[in-house]
Design a binder for this molecule. Structure first.
Ligand code: SF4
Ligand code: MG
Length: 314
């Protein structure tokens, strides 16, 4: 079976006065049915652009985008509307994605109205079901977004994503704005929904320990490129790209008393995506850079079973 979502040599450049912002530069990744791919990297590395491209909120500059074997970029009209129901998104800031003048019921019914699914009574029933499923009381449907806490609003965002029974949910920093205790509850809810409905996730976060908790596979992005990807434990336990090694060294260890490797501190900020370094894009900050890295861009190669890294010396 084809993967649910696939980006193939995806390039996205945004025009800007200081030269095009090279948000994605040859990104290959996929999400198989039933799995969670965690996408991790610093802010500005292109993670949210991957989400926006997958949701067809913005077109690719070059490369291909597939959903369940269909060329997503080519879909239009009715075929696109049908496809849209299969792929939903949970945003970082649920408040910004909810209309303050709409009741929760109105907001949750909206995807069903757009997709022309069921009678109004069916739609209300489904709203009650979705609210219950995310741990909210059905009577909360008549309230407005400002009446809820941040964690409750994120549950509403998840309920809305569930309304159409999607096959894939893109979560872009879905728990980053939440307090630590609430964050764990929302992550566990996402895991329960996955077990219950077999939904797949593209789970995007700057926080490697959260990504590790959620994912079957992990892809690490730096400055518009995937620099390492592989099975969760391969990437987490034996990172092979120097950038991933730095991220792992900085992540809080879950087991108390676990041996903590020496923290690798990266020098400086990531370079501007309008003017990325030649050769390996990480060379300006890489503790292991050699002369060759300044001129020659590394390609991803296998460094273990189901494990790839794009570094000359991995
Ligand atoms: Fe560092 Fe060179 Fe490897 Fe790039 S190719 S990650 S600069 S060692
Ligand atoms: Mg982002």
């Amino acid at each position: 079976a084809p993967p649910l979502l696939r980006l193939q040599n995806a390039v996205k450049h945004y025009p800007s006065s200081g030269g095009a912002v090279q948000a994605l530069n040859g990104v290959d990744l996929h999400v198989a049915r039933g799995e969670t791919l965690g996408l991790v990297g610093e802010s500005g590395c292109g993670k949210s652009t991957v989400a926006r491209v997958a949701m067809r909120l913005t077109p690719l500059t070059a490369g291909r985008l597939w959903f369940d074997g269909q060329d997503l970029a080519a879909l239009e009209g009715e075929a696109l509307r049908r496809q849209r129901a299969r792929l939903q998104m949970v945003f970082q800031d649920p408040y910004a994605s909810l209309n303050p003048r709409q009741t929760v019921e109105r907001a949750l019914r909206e995807p069903l109205v757009v997709q022309q699914r069921g009678s109004e009574a069916d739609q209300r029933e489904r709203v009650a079901w979705a609210l219950a499923r995310v741990g909210l009381r059905p009577e909360m449907a008549q309230r407005y977004p400002h009446e809820f806490s941040g964690g409750q609003r994120q549950r509403i965002g998840i309920a809305r994503a569930l309304m159409l029974r999607p096959e894939l949910i893109v979560c872009d920093e879905a728990v980053s704005a939440l307090d630590v205790s609430v964050r764990a509850q929302v992550l566990n809810l996402l895991l329960e929904l996955r077990a219950e409905f077999g939904v797949s996730y593209l789970f995007i976060s700057h926080d490697l320990s959260v990504v590790r908790h959620m994912s079957d596979r992990i892809a690490v992005m730096y400055l518009g490129q995937v620099v390492e990807h592989g099975a969760r434990d391969a990437v987490w336990k034996s990172p092979r790209h120097p950038y991933t090694q730095a991220l792992v060294s900085a992540a809080p260890k879950v087991r108390p008393g676990a041996t903590r490797t020496q923290r690798i501190l990266l020098q400086g900020d990531p370079p501007s995506p309008s003017n990325p370094p030649a050769g390996c894009r990480f060379h300006t900050r890489c503790p292991q850079a050699q002369a060759r890295c300044r001129s020659e861009a590394p390609v991803a190669r296998a460094v273990g079973e189901r494990h790839w890294a794009a570094c000359h010396f991995a």
